[in-house]
Design a protein around this ligand. Structure first.
Ligand code: SAM
Length: 380
């Protein structure tokens, strides 16, 4: 007879807690010895009221430090040719089943013009990894051509350009920066050197990636990094360390997302179920927002691969960047990093309308014709 009464009381207490951000998240824990414990508590929270209180605290922090506008970056996946063999990746060199493509300069400029006309403000140029001279020249030519083609009254400096083309020589990074790119996203994938080694062949080193991130910062880029979440062998302690790594590297931007298997990838081991990876992905966004406060954080497509409203949930948990797909649909399926990539057939126009609606559905608006740099970077 007592049991239902106790449950009802517990429910009322939980519902009351969920109306306010969690008090234990207040105060200056971010740079104190308490940070690992607070982050662990965020990542392992299961009580719905506690998760909601964490979400509310992350959203409040976002609104206070970055405002309520969602920054858009049109995503152009300009080539799937890759010299690397990352065990987790669908376009790794060893996957002979992938048909390889490279967009022409005209294709890329046309995508960029489309973004500018739409008022996107910024774009991301992403590709598989190549370091040969022709590739370096091509990326430089793309940056210059995009800048030239997208200057307008609304955007006198042309579109903002984020590069995501992997580990490169410092001279290449410098050349592209001089050409007009000003943000660079290079995920560390895992801040644990041991886990990094399990994810990559022997010729890819954790230390090289860290060195690249430091060079990018010295050159003057806004620097972004990130990890995959729910990898085989990854523990909550790894994720806590990832967050502390972002803090200590003083990053400007984050792009993190759930790990999603690919049929032709070669990464063995058990992974958490889809719902748990989604939950972890959202809690990582909230934890990063609460820890770092004024950085840009992307709600990545990988979240949407696990739930139709995954990206909207990412925004609600503290993300403020969305990368609408603008890669021409005819090549999009060839850039399949993981199985179940969403929006494969939608045109850029359909993606634009769909995302506007999704962003509005969580009470946020988009910034038009703005680069949308991270507040953290602007404060440097
Ligand atoms: N080659 C560049 C680099 O490594 O930065 C850019 C392209 S790479 C394909 C972009 C990102 O895709 C990687 O940093 C990785 O985190 C993510 N990725 C690759 N395979 C994935 C998978 N199976 N699940 C989730 N994310 C994946």
């Amino acid at each position: 007879m007592n049991r239902p009464v106790r449950i009802a009381w517990h429910k009322r207490a939980s519902a009351a807690a969920a109306r306010e951000p969690a008090a234990w998240l207040e105060g200056g824990w971010q740079h104190s010895d308490a940070a690992p414990d607070v982050l662990r508590r965020i990542l392992t929270a299961t009580d719905p009221a506690e998760v909601e209180a964490i979400r509310m605290a992350a959203e409040k922090t976002l609104l206070e430090h970055c405002g309520d506008t969602v920054r858009l970056r049109g995503l152009i996946e300009f080539s799937n040719r890759c010299v690397l063999d990352c065990h987790y990746c669908g376009i790794r060199r060893g996957n002979r089943a992938v048909k390889r493509y490279s967009l022409t300069l005209d294709d890329v400029v046309a995508c960029a013009r489309w973004c500018a006309d739409k008022g996107y403000g910024s774009l991301v140029l992403q590709s598989g990894e190549r370091r040969d001279a022709a590739f370096v020249r091509r990326v430089e030519a793309m940056i210059r051509a995009i800048k030239e083609a997208t200057r307008s009254e609304a955007q006198p400096d042309g579109l903002g350009i984020t590069l995501c083309v992997g580990e490169q020589a410092p001279e290449s990074y410098a050349r592209w920066f001089a050409a007009g790119a000003h943000r660079y996203l290079l995920r560390i994938e895992s801040s644990s050197p041991e886990l990094f080694a399990r994810l990559h062949p022997e010729n890819q080193w954790f230390e090289t990636r860290v060195a690249c991130l430091k060079v990018l910062r010295e050159i003057g880029y806004q620097v972004g990094t990130g990890v995959m979440i729910g990898l085989p062998g990854q523990t909550v302690d790894h994720l806590v360390d990832d967050l502390l790594f972002f803090r200590d590297l003083d990053v400007d931007m984050l792009g993190m997302g759930p790990y999603l298997p690919h049929a032709q990838a070669v990464l063995p081991g058990e992974i958490p179920g889809a719902q748990e990876r989604l939950r972890l992905g959202l809690r990582m966004i909230a934890a990063a927002r609460l820890l770092l406060r004024d950085v840009n954080i992307a709600a990545t497509t990988a979240l949407q691969a696990l739930a139709d409203d995954g990206r909207e949930q990412g925004l609600r948990f503290g993300a403020n960047v969305i990368m609408p797909q603008v890669t021409p649909p005819r090549v999009r399926a060839m850039y399949t990093l993981y199985d179940g990539k969403p929006c494969l057939d939608d045109t850029a126009e359909q993606c634009a309308v769909c995302l506007e609606n999704r962003i509005a559905s969580v009470g946020r608006k988009t910034a038009k014709n703005q680069w949308g740099d991270s507040v953290k970077f602007a404060r440097r």
